[in-house]
Design a protein around this ligand. Structure first.
Ligand SMILES: Nc1ncnc2c1ncn2[C@@H]1O[C@H](COP(=O)(O)OP(=O)(O)OP(=O)(O)O)[C@@H](O)[C@H]1O
Ligand SMILES: [Mg+2]
Length: 332
């Protein structure tokens, strides 16, 4: 049964330039260019895409925080615009950017406050909060003021808040961003447990590993459009017959990827730049290994400092490179 349905959703933001030679001029950003998908009961559905793709905008529209400019969407059969109140009752939302906590209250008090807003019975609320704090490993910090919380602790509290009324349908915007590996693993475990309880979950991520291991189905979204949708394996089958090599290099030479792209038998080349280091990765998707010597010849003739070169299993990253010719994410 369909729990979430989006039909041709569009969103345009109009903003004013605040600085520079275009100051005061209006700028139109087409955040969503008509996206459609449907999510079944008990599914974990992922929106995977790079920064600015439109993931958060989609979640905001579905959770009634933002009005679409066009298109329709339903959550549990309720229309997100015409029956927004009904939708709000049955969903839990955790937005990455949300800072709506009371800094001068403790974590526990904040959750009690939100339980009160949901009209939860106080006895039930206490039990529920204790349970959530326990599974999120936040109990020991429950009585500290939120202003003392670290970023990760605030993310977990945000997650707890989304689950406080035990909603049937859950929207999670970047649920593990900024968390250390253990906390991220814990959150993923909880998400899987929620699925076992029959909850329907829509999450966004720009982490392809997370999408791969967690999601039943994934929509890859880029520049306001869904460019592929399917199970992780279906998506990876796009590059299944191809060979993928990954080359780690120091620095980058302009035009290098273009030169590699021109080699016969090379299908796609993606450059993945790492933010905090001089190292870069080049992904080459090719028909067969026969192409490798020619790739090496170019690296040598361009005097590129190669750290490593290896053949890798096709991943969702390669699907993205394949579909867009662009990188999916920056390395953290
Ligand atoms: N309130 C707003 N006003 C103007 N533009 C906006 C607003 N919110 C989002 N946008 C623009 O809409 C586009 C999509 O943004 P969105 O936040 O949905 O992306 P995202 O996929 O969630 O990205 P990220 O991975 O960085 O969170 C971007 O170009 C963004 O600048
Ligand atoms: Mg976002």
């Amino acid at each position: 049964m369909e729990k979430i349905k989006a039909e041709n959703l569009r969103k345009i933001f109009i903003t004013k330039e605040r600085r520079g030679i275009f100051k005061g001029e209006k700028r139109k950003v087409e955040a969503l260019k008509g996206i459609s998908f449907a999510i079944n009961k008990g599914e974990i559905f992922g929106l995977l895409g790079p920064n600015g793709a439109g993931k958060t905008t989609t979640i905001k529209i579905l959770s009634t925080l933002l009005l679409p400019d066009d298109g329709d969407a339903w959550v549990n059969g309720y229309h997100v615009v015409k029956e927004a109140n009904k939708v709000r009752e049955i969903i839990g939302v955790s937005l990455y950017s949300d800072r709506g906590f009371y800094w001068k209250l403790t974590g526990y008090e904040n959750l009690m406050y939100f339980a009160y807003l949901y009209h939860l019975n106080p006895e039930y609320a206490k039990k529920r909060i204790k349970y959530l704090l326990d599974i999120l490993e936040l109990s020991k910090d429950a009585d500290r003021l939120v202003e003392e919380y670290s970023t990760g602790m605030k993310s977990k509290l945000n997650f707890a808040r989304a689950l406080i009324h035990d909603p049937e349908i859950i929207f999670l915007d970047e649920p593990t961003i900024g968390l250390d590996p253990n906390s991220a693993r814990k959150i993923r475990e909880i998400i899987r447990d929620l699925k076992k309880e029959g909850k329907t979950i829509l999450l966004t991520t720009h982490n392809m590993y997370e999408a791969d291991i967690l999601c039943d189905r994934i929509a890859i979204i880029n520049k306001g459009k869904i460019i592929a949708l399917g199970t992780p394996n279906e998506l990876k089958s796009v590059v299944e017959k191809d060979r993928v090599i990954e080359i780690q290099i120091y620095g980058i030479l302009n035009g290098l990827t273009d030169k590699i792209r021109k080699i016969n038998g090379v299908k796609r080349v993606g450059l993945i730049q790492e933010e905090k280091s001089l190292k870069n990765r080049i992904k080459v998707i090719m028909e067969s290994d026969d192409v490798v010597p020619e790739v090496l010849r170019i690296l040598v003739s361009e005097k590129i400092k190669v750290e490593s070169i290896k053949s890798v299993e096709p991943s969702l990253e390669d699907v993205f490179v394949y579909l867009t010719g662009e990188r999916l994410e920056k390395e953290e």
